[in-house]
Write a protein that binds this ligand. Sequence first.
Ligand SMILES: [Zn+2]
Length: 266
Amino acid sequence: MQLIDMNNLQCTPSPNADGREPPEGATTPVIDTVILHYTGMQTGEEALQRLCDPESKVSAHFLIDENGAAHQLVAPGMRAWHAGVSHWSGRDGMNHTSIGIELVNPGHEFGYRPFPSVQIDRLLELLAALEKLFEIPKYRYLGHSDVAPDRKQDPGELFPWRQLAALGFGVWADCPRNDKTILAKKGMVGMESASLNKSLRNIGYSVPVSEEFSQVTLDALVAFQRHWRPEDVNGFLDKGTKNALSDIEKQIDTHEKLMMQISGDE
Ligand SMILES: [Zn+2]
């Protein structure tokens, strides 16, 4: 297996992998997204075992333990099976185009707790190594909950997205986000809900064009809050969340235009 160049990376191969397919419009496979997970199991050993068990049919490219021990399970050129049914920015089946990284953490089911700094430092080391090999735009560092908001909560609101974004791995909204005045909630129909759906869609969430604040809207909004307004994941469109939404929407739009300009110049 082709190993990533990183100190003390342990090779722990998983059989749960196959070939990547090119995304729509491309002729060769593309790797342009990083998807972060927590393991959501009681121990790291249990998680590692499951990710390598042919019966489980799940895997990830990398796993990082809470003590910083890092394992490579699948070669990046192969498709690991971590995201499942997933969508982002008009694309389905995110496993084909992403690198999946599992962080050991019991998760919301078994006692969700902060990610130790030694674990995050190892993650940053890994992301720096991956950056040398793949072109991953800043706005394509995502959580599992971003690409599968109806089913997943990981890596969750304790994950230090802001710290990653400060180093170029992701985008962050530095705008004021504290105003909890509610502008829209589930069940409401109208302009505010329509514009919320539009913003979520522009960011990348799979949300239909609609004037209704539906369950799909709610799931995507909660995923957005876990990532970009983690201090209060309340499921409401409040003023603070709206500020963060438009900030992130603008940043992603700017990056996309820039990328199109670069590829147009070639
Ligand atoms: Zn996950």
